[in-house]
Design a protein around this ligand. Sequence first.
Ligand SMILES: [Fe+2]
Ligand SMILES: [Fe+2]
Length: 151
Amino acid sequence: MSVKKESTLLEDLNQALAGETLAAFRYLYLSKIANGISSLPLATMFQEIAREEWAHASAFMGRIVQLGGVPVSRPAEMEKRSFLSYSEPPRRGNDLKALVKDGLKLERASIEFFQKLALKTRDSDMITHKMAMDVLAHEAGDEQKLAALLD
Ligand SMILES: [Fe+2]
Ligand SMILES: [Fe+2]
C-alpha cells in the first residue's frame, strides 16, 4: 500500500472510530432520557444498539493500531472527525418518535459512510473491507428496526 493511500485509510478509520464512539454515547443518552408509558422497550433497544456501536468503535480502534496508526484520543477531536457532524441530542424524552428519528439519522449517515469505505477498500485491504461490510450490515439492521417503529 502506498504511503498516501495508507494515510487516507487511517483518516477514514479514525472517522469511523470517532463516529462510532459518538454513536455509542448518543444511544446511551437516548436510552436514559426515553420516558413515558411505552418507553421501556425503546430504551432497551437503544441500550443494545449502544453496546453494538461501542463494539464497532473497538474494531476500528484495533484496526488503526494494527496498521501502525494513532487512534483519535481526545473527545474534542471525535466531534471534529466523526462521519456525522455532532448535534445536540433531543431534549424531550417523552417524544419517542423524535428519539427514533434521531437514531435513524445516525444510522443513515453510518450506512452511507461504510458503503463508501467498503468500496474504497474492496481491492486494496480485505481486512478493512470485511470489517466495513460487517458493520454496514449491522447499521442496516439497526436502520430497519428503527424505521419499522415509525410505520
Ligand atoms: Fe455502528
Ligand atoms: Fe448502528
